[in-house]
Write a new protein. Structure first.
Length: 173
């Protein structure tokens, strides 16, 4: 007997999403867990799972803040570079006519210093972001090890239960 070919499904299926991705998603924009995380009083007793999720949530919030700050500093650096290019072009034009202005030189110097400070700040923020990513990866790795240990123990329990049921079934009463 040959199996009938399967008809292609015309119904669009929901995307595969794990529970972790759904943790912070709420159509109404209101989540009890997010409220617990934002509650700084410490009155709420959180389970181990909730503590882990809270750590992940706060780490992801810090990552978002640092990334936004890096973007802001980078845009400020670009604007400073554009100003600096315009000032250097103007200084070049003035030097042709021996009309050098000390205020222009000082403004160029200040913009160079600003650019240097912005580059240093971007570097420190990038290192901070990498540290946050490493911290997040370590948290998740520890969680994976913990979950694998729980899975291993549960498999051993299932095997022991199966063997017990098999022995009790085989022995006459």
């Amino acid at each position: 007997m040959a199996e009938a070919p399967r008809a292609p499904s015309s119904v669009k299926k929901a995307p595969i999403v794990d529970n972790f991705a759904l943790l912070f998603y709420d159509k109404d924009g209101h989540s009890d867990f997010v409220d617990k995380c934002k509650d700084e009083k410490g009155d709420v007793q959180l389970t181990e799972e909730e503590l882990f999720r809270k750590k992940v949530y706060t780490t992801l919030e810090r990552v978002e803040q640092v990334r936004d700050e890096i973007t802001d500093k980078y845009l400020a650096k670009q604007l400073t570079e554009e100003k600096l290019c315009a000032q250097l072009y103007e200084l070049k034009q003035q030097s042709r006519f021996n009309a050098l202005n000390t205020q222009k030189k000082q403004a160029i110097k200040v913009n160079y210093q600003r650019k240097l400070l912005l580059c240093q700040k971007i570097y420190t923020l990038t290192v901070q972001l990498q540290t946050l990513y490493i911290e997040l990866a370590n948290m998740i790795e520890k969680r994976i090890e913990h979950t694998m240990e729980i899975h291993r123990i549960s498999r051993l329990c299932v095997t022991a239960l199966y063997e017990y049921k098999k022995r009790t079934k085989d022995t006459p009463v």
